[in-house]
Structure formats: structure tokens, C-alpha cells
Design a protein around this ligand. Structure first.
Ligand code: AGP
Length: 604
């Protein structure tokens, strides 16, 4: 998705803007640009393609100036061309704007601006903003008033940053798209997320919907749209730039798969109470959910699979739970009320589909809890309750470490809900707590002993890849297939193993490996289903413990330590992450930024 970086400081802005654009690349984009305010007015450089291409084209000599804005664009209105790249300017080039989100009333605004004599050069919704500002300047408004008036005209979602020729000022506003301020000794940053400027500062202020900021080298004003001062306090983020770098790995995804022992240990830190045979969730002491009668999960993509994982654990505990794709929730959800707990699972906390479903749930009177990775994200502001997964920054577009942390957090939440709703703990709590304690080590063992690279090479170039599982193995199969297709661009599908015989078996051939996940729950049935495919020629890859019955018939084996079914699926998932990663590496795919995909999907 689009990314914004802005800088107002005492030194030339261009270097930190380009660094910011590089840091924003992980969000997914197809064009990039910068605008710098210098003695000669506003200088804009933008083009379709990668930030490196923009960087090579920059004439740094002509881009001196302490105030600037930059943008990475992920196309919504109009193709990825140089003209459609941001920043956008008005016809006089006295106003430059970068924008994330969608201006829903841009067509009518464009029409009236055209009628007033404005000429447009792009297909974007964004271009109306600099023209609106210019229109208000022409009508005699002062720059700040012109910016506010333009913002007032916009309908839809936006994070906007603007600058005007001749002024050492950035104006910014937020409504529905994230925007954060960074504060360092020499000035200020504005960005769509913290990693954009993490090399420079970890002191940040998260803006809220309706906020307008006016940033000068010596100070910043936080106001509402009407201009009234508002109180926004800086906070220090705990992510460090090294954590956000690739280290010894070729790809962020590979690094993040290997970070799982640490991210899981962080997620579990202080949350297991072995003496009390219970979990300790900050903000959720026993009794927190006694008013709740049912649970609904909402999420997209990998987070949806984590939600499905949590919902199986909750249903097994006797809690009536359903799981919904966030983008379908408003049209197909069962009724919700004040006795409904809606759990929104979202790594980024900025997924537009999930945020919209959360707002819908709140409108129904439901209590909304978000399980997220990003402190201060929009989801944390929309939700009544927040449970942080503490996975650290995830840069690869393919979610890996955040899936395992989400699932583990949902198992802990299942225990709290089970006690509050049914008066009983999870059936195998004792074994689960013991295995959770050593879970980071179990993941480490998978990472150290995996045969994923060899198998990925052996089965490269097949027609399709089918992932199957049952119970807790089913969301793992779905997630395995999503990861595989997302980064290899090969066809992959996940199925409930029992579903194969209801249709997909027609697709099975010797050229369609079946990867079967065994969790220790109903494994005999999974094995029968897998054998049905193997009998029809499909190579069978079993993901299961060393001494499992499946190893006696499987064509290949990805081993996992023997743990409770609640955790076996997650160990299997690490093997599947590695299988996908090595297959994609063998195919030389753009693993961290797969084509057409974005890390944070902020449009519906
Ligand atoms: C997963 O690999 C994908 N990048 C995608 O499915 C992602 O999980 C989905 O877009 C939801 O994102 P969120 O967790 O940030 O809400």
C-alpha cells in the first residue's frame, strides 16, 4: 500500500526522504517520488518503478532544501505511470501533496475545479487536493486556512501531507489512514508508519482521525480540523533499526521465519502462570468476559487463518465461536449484540476491510477486541480491548512470525474465555502450559533440522500443490497454501482433508503433491484422505512427528517435535513456511515483495 514520508528539519531533507522511501518499500508499491522546497520553489521528481530507479535519476544538486515530502504509490485510481505517481501538484506547481487512502468524492470535486479553470494531468483522486488548496489560496485564504478548507471538502479516507512554495512548513491531516509524527533533535518527520524514519528517531506521536498538524523546523502544532489545539503526547517505540534490517539473511521473510523462537518468547513473556495453572493476560484478569455469550472472529488473509485456529480452540472449549472474512462480515455476519465479543485479528492494525468490520461490529453493540502487532495502529483505537502479540516489525509481505504469535495469543485468550464463559479451563491446559513453556525451543529444533530446502527443490515445477489438514490442521493447510501461492506464484490450494473426496480429488495427478498436516487430532482420518490422493498418483509429503504412522507410507517427510495438538499445527506451519520460502527462492521470486501484493492493505 502507499507510503508517506515528510521531513522538516535544519539540514537538507532529500537524504532522509530517500531513506524513508526505501524503508517504505516493504508495504508494496509501483511508483515513487519526492518533492523538495528550495529557493526556486517546489522541485518534484517522480516515476513509475522502484525507488532505486528514482534514486539514480535524482539530481541531488538541485534538490537542496530542508522541507520535503515523498511517497510510494500502490495504484488504485489509474495505472502505475510517471504522471500518476505522487507528489501531485496544482497547475502552478506552488502546492505539492502526497496522499494515502481514497477520496470518494474526487469526481465531483474534479468537475467543479475544472469548471473553475483547473487542468488535471493524472488519473488520480489525489490530484484534486493540491488544486483545491490552490483554489482557496486564489480566493484569498492564508496557506493554513486554505489547507484546512481543502481537507474539509474531502470525503473518504486520507492521510495527507502538503507543502506550499515559499514556506518552511508541512501541513498534514489524517482521516481513516495512518499518519505518525517522528521527533528528533533537528526537526520532524511525518510518515505513514514508524519504520519509515526509525534510523532517525524512536520518539513518535500517533495522529488520530480528525487531527491536523502544522510542522515547522522549530515546532509542531496539533489541532483539530477547526484549528483548536489538541493534546498529543510523544511515546517511545521499542523497535530498533537493526531489528528492521535483514542481518545475515537474503530476505526479510527468511529472517522473520527464523525470528520465531524469539518472537514467541516475547509473546509469552509473563503470560504463563504455571503455579496457578492459568494464563496471565494484562488488562484481562479472570472475570473480564463474564458478560460475553459468543465470539466472532473477523480478519483477512493470514490473520483470518489465525482467527480460524483460535476459533477451533474456543469451540473445542464449548465457547460458541464463528469466524468471518472481514470483507464479508458486513453482508453475511450473524447478529451481534453487547454479549458478543468480536475479535479482530490484524498484524498491521491498518487493514481497511478489518477496520470497517470492526466499526460495523461496534455499531451492533458488540465488544471489540483486537489482537495486533502494531502499537498505536488504527485497530487499537477502534477496539474496546487490545491484546498485543509483541512480534516486532514484520517487513516481508508474507506474514510468518506474526501468524505463530497470533495463534499462540488466541490459545491463551481461549483459556481466559473458557474460564469466564464456562467456568472450566481448557481440557488439556496442563499439557498446553508445559509445551508452551518450551515452545520457542521446539520451533528452534524445526528450524535447525528442516529438510524444507531439499524437498522444495525436489518438487519444484509441479502443476499444483495441495495442502490438507483436519481440525487445527485445517487452518494450517489454508495458511500453507496461501504462503506457497503468495511467494512462488505457483498454484496451491488448502483443503479440509475430508473435503478432497467431495471434488478436488478430480484434480489429483502425479504432478500434484499433497502436503498433509498431522496434529495428533483425528490423524487416522487425515491419513485415509491423504492415501486416497496418493493412490491416484499424488506424491504425499507428511508433516508429522518422526515416529508417526504417516511416515511409513509418505513419499517425503517434514518432521516436527511431538507436542499437544494445539501447538503441533504451529510447528507444522513453520515447516510449510520454509517449504514455500525455499521453493520461491529456487524460482527466484521477489520473496519480500511479491508481485501485486502489499503488506498493509489500506483500501477496501
Ligand atoms: C499474508 O501473508 C498476507 N500478507 C495477507 O494475507 C495479510 O495477512 C492480510 O492482508 C491481513 O493483514 P493484517 O494482518 O495486517 O490485517
Amino acid at each position: 500500500m502507499c507510503g508517506i514520508i515528510g521531513r522538516v528539519g535544519r539540514d537538507d531533507a532529500i537524504e532522509s526522504l530517500v531513506t524513508g522511501l526505501e524503508n517504505l518499500e516493504y508495504r508494496g508499491y509501483d511508483s515513487a517520488g519526492v518533492a523538495i522546497q528550495n529557493g526556486a520553489g517546489i522541485k518534484v521528481e517522480k516515476r513509475s518503478g522502484k525507488v532505486t530507479e528514482l534514486k539514480h535519476a535524482l539530481d541531488y544538486g538541485s534538490l537542496d532544501g530542508e522541507v520535503g515530502i515523498g511517497h510510494t504509490r500502490w495504484s488504485t485510481h489509474g495505472p502505475p505511470t510517471d504522471e500518476n505517481a505522487h507528489p501531485h501538484t496544482d497547475s502552478t506547481r506552488d502546492v505539492a501533496v502526497v496522499h494515502n487512502g481514497i477520496i470518494e468524492n474526487y469526481a465531483s470535486l474534479k468537475e467543479s475545479l475544472r469548471a473553475a479553470g483547473h487542468t488535471f494531468t493524472s488519473d488520480t483522486d489525489t490530484e484534486v487536493i493540491p488544486h483545491l488548496i490552490q483554489q482557496y489560496l486564489d480566493e484569498g485564504l492564508e496557506p493554513e486556512a486554505a489547507f484546512r478548507a481543502a481537507i474539509e471538502d474531502l470525503e473518504g479516507s486520507y492521510a495527507v501531507t502538503a507543502m506550499l512554495a515559499g514556506e518552511h512548513v508541512l501541513y498534514a491531516a489524517r482521516q481513516g489512514s495512518p499518519l505518525v509524527v517522528g521527533l528528533d533533535e533537528d526537526g520532524f518527520f511525518l510518515a505513514s508508519d514508524v519504520p519509515a524514519f526509525l534510523e532517525y528517531t524512536d520518539d513518535v506521536v500517533y495522529l488520530e482521525d480528525g487531527d491536523v498538524v502544522v510542522v515547522r523546523p522549530d515546532g509542531i502544532e496539533f489541532t483539530d480540523l477547526a484549528g483548536n489545539a489538541i493534546d498529543r503526547r510523544p511515546e517511545t517505540v521499542e523497535w530498533d533499526p537493526e531489528q528492521a534490517g535483514k542481518g545475515e539473511f537474503d530476505h526479510f521473510m527468511h529472517k522473520e521465519i527464523h525470528e520465531q523462537p524469539t518472537s514467541l518468547a516475547q509473546a509469552l513473556e509473563g503470560r504463563l502462570d504455571h503455579d496457578a495453572h492459568d494464563v496471565t493476560l494484562e488488562h484481562f484478569p479472570p472475570g473480564t468476559f463474564t458478560d460475553i455469550e459468543r465470539v466472532q472472529f473477523i480478519a483477512c488473509g493470514t490473520s483470518y487463518h489465525a482467527g480460524l485456529y483460535g476459533s477451533i480452540a474456543m469451540n473445542n472449549a464449548g465457547i460458541p465461536t464463528t469466524t468471518h472474512l472481514a470483507n464479508e462480515y458486513e453482508v453475511s455476519a450473524p447478529p451481534a449484540d453487547e454479549h458478543t465479543l468480536v475479535i479482530a485479528v490484524t498484524q498491521s492494525g491498518e487493514t481497511a476491510d478489518t477496520l470497517s468490520a470492526m466499526r460495523h461490529a461496534r455499531d451492533q453493540g458488540a465488544r471489540v477486541l483486537t489482537v495486533t502487532n502494531v502499537v498505536g495502529s488504527t485497530a487499537t483505537r477502534v477496539a474496546d480491548d487490545v491484546l498485543l502479540i509483541r512480534a516486532g516489525p514484520e517487513i516481508g509481505v508474507a506474514a510468518t512470525k506474526t501468524f505463530s504469535s497470533q495463534a499462540v495469543m488466541l490459545l491463551l485468550l481461549a483459556q481466559r474465555l473458557s474460564q469466564d464463559l464456562t467456568g472450566a479451563s481448557l481440557a488439556n491446559l496442563e499439557a498446553l502450559l508445559a509445551d508452551l513453556q518450551s515452545f520457542p525451543d521446539a520451533v528452534e529444533r524445526v528450524l535447525e533440522t528442516t529438510d524444507g530446502r531439499r524437498l522444495a527443490t525436489q518438487y519444484l515445477g509441479c502443476q499444483s500443490y495441495f495442502f490438507i489438514g483436519r481440525g487445527l490442521g485445517f487452518p494450517v493447510a489454508l495458511e500453507g497454501a496461501l504462503k506457497f501461492k503468495e511467494i512462488t506464484y505457483e498454484h496451491a490450494e488448502g483443503f479440509a482433508s475430508g473435503e478432497l473426496k467431495h471434488g478436488p480429488l478430480a484434480l489429483v495427478t502425479p504432478d500434484t503433491p499433497v502436503i498433509a498436516v498431522f496434529t495428533g487430532q483425528e490423524d487416522t482420518k487425515v491419513l485415509n484422505n491423504a492415501e486416497e490422493a496418493q493412490t491416484r498418483g499424488a506424491p504425499l509429503i507428511a508433516v508429522c512427528p518422526e515416529d508417526h504412522q504417516a511416515t511409513t507410507i509418505a513419499d517425503a517427510h517434514l518432521p516436527i517435535p511431538d507436542v499437544t495438538p494445539e501447538l503441533a499445527g504451529l510447528l507444522a506451519n513453520v515447516q510449510l513456511q520454509l517449504l514455500s520460502y525455499h521453493a520461491a527462492a529456487g524460482l527466484e521470486r521477489a520473496i519480500d515483495k511479491p508481485r501485486n501484493l502489499a503488506k498493509s492493505v489500506t483500501v477496501q
